[in-house]
Design a binder for this molecule. Structure first.
Ligand code: ADP
Ligand code: MG
Length: 324
């Protein structure tokens, strides 16, 4: 059987490009562009918790990197390099090769260099972890704390597809074949909105990526910014797949489902043309879904209304791994 070192050499070692020193030594050595800040984030995917163990390894390689790129995108930073750690129950070479192919295909698309990692055998659960590094001009990162009363709330792409895909895989719903494949692809191969994040620097005042459902994630912006958010549930961007199911299910997927990896951000009302231009430049739809209001002690951080402005009877919260 291949040793840990053979596996690394065969599947995860490429000549260093931008890095001074890449895979193979005790540390990688990277240069930081003068005048920039380093943006760092890490995200772990655990079998049975974050994905089905029999997920296509190529898709899993894509997703492992994509969820990390999404965090870099949400800061308006440019991804540069990544570190990849794997705890593998078995050294299945075909699986590892396919995983690496999916990982590198997305890395190449974004000019991201794999500069190191760790590879270990486990008797337990397949666990995948990426630490991603990016750069942003000093002071230009878009934080969660910048929303102001009167800002518009925007979201990229469509919401809830991945959650509906998950429900379909769990056989909780049955979708027509094309919608099934579309939603499962959105779950297994999310598209990190890196170009949009970059285009929104200086335009968005606050931003995050939607990974645990819009309701809960938007509450993070509201709390960090000491404001409240009101969302018009009737204007949420929904794909044809979501529009094809019952409204209640579509709303639950769009507002509380995880794994969207879209960007949610706020911007001044006089920046609408700039936001739309950023969306066009990045090739992704942007939809204005609500407004930032003053925080109120007796109202939730995020409220949902219909297009007539009436509060929805059913309100929504986010997903929490340790929640009840
Ligand atoms: P150490 O014992 O110093 O931690 P390792 O033997 O774990 O070193 O790793 C050897 C080299 O291979 C290091 O440069 C490490 O960054 C790299 N590496 C290990 N696993 C991976 C991986 N999955 N992807 C990329 N690089 C890896
Ligand atoms: Mg090691």
């Amino acid at each position: 059987m291949a040793s840990e070192f053979d596996l690394i050499a065969r599947h995860f070692t490429r000549p260093a490009r931008r890095a001074r020193l890449g895979v193979g030594d005790d540390c990688a050595l990277l240069e930081v562009t003068p005048g920039h800040e380093l943006a760092i984030s890490t995200d772990m995917l655990v079998a049975d918790t974050h994905f089905f163990p029999d997920t296509d390894p190529r898709r899993l390689g894509h997703k492992t990197l994509a969820v990390n790129l999404s965090d870099i995108a949400a800061m308006g930073a440019r991804p540069t390099s990544a570190v990849l750690s794997l705890a593998l129950p078995a050294a299945d070479e075909a699986w590892i090769a396919a995983f690496a192919a999916g990982f590198f295909a997305l890395a190449d698309e974004h000019g991201v260099e794999l500069v190191g990692g760790d590879t270990t055998r486990t008797s337990r659960t397949l666990t995948l972890n990426v630490t991603i590094l990016g750069e942003v001009l000093a002071g230009q990162a878009v934080r969660r704390s910048g929303a102001r009363v009167g800002d518009d709330i925007w979201v990229s792409g469509t919401l809830g597809d991945a959650a509906l895909g998950l429900a379909a895989l769990k056989k909780e719903v049955t979708l027509p074949a094309a919608e099934h494949d579309y939603c499962v692809s959105r779950l297994e191969m999310p598209t990190p909105r890196v170009a949009l994040g970059l285009a929104l620097r200086g335009v968005a005042r606050s931003m995050l990526d939607v990974s645990d459902g819009l309701a809960g994630d938007l509450a993070h912006i509201a709390h960090a910014s000491h404001v409240a958010a009101q969302v018009d549930a009737d204007v949420l961007p929904l794909s044809p797949a979501l529009r094809g199911v019952a409204r209640e299910l579509a709303l639950r997927c769009a507002l509380t489902g995880g794994d969207d990896y879209e960007l949610c951000f706020t911007a001044a009302a006089d920046a609408r043309a700039q936001v739309e231009a950023a969306g066009r430049a990045a090739g992704v739809a942007v939809t204005r879904i609500g407004a930032i209001l003053p925080a109120a002690a007796d109202a939730p951080a995020v409220g949902f209304v219909d297009s007539a402005g009436h509060a929805l009877v059913q309100q929504y919260g986010g997903y929490d791994h340790f929640g009840a």
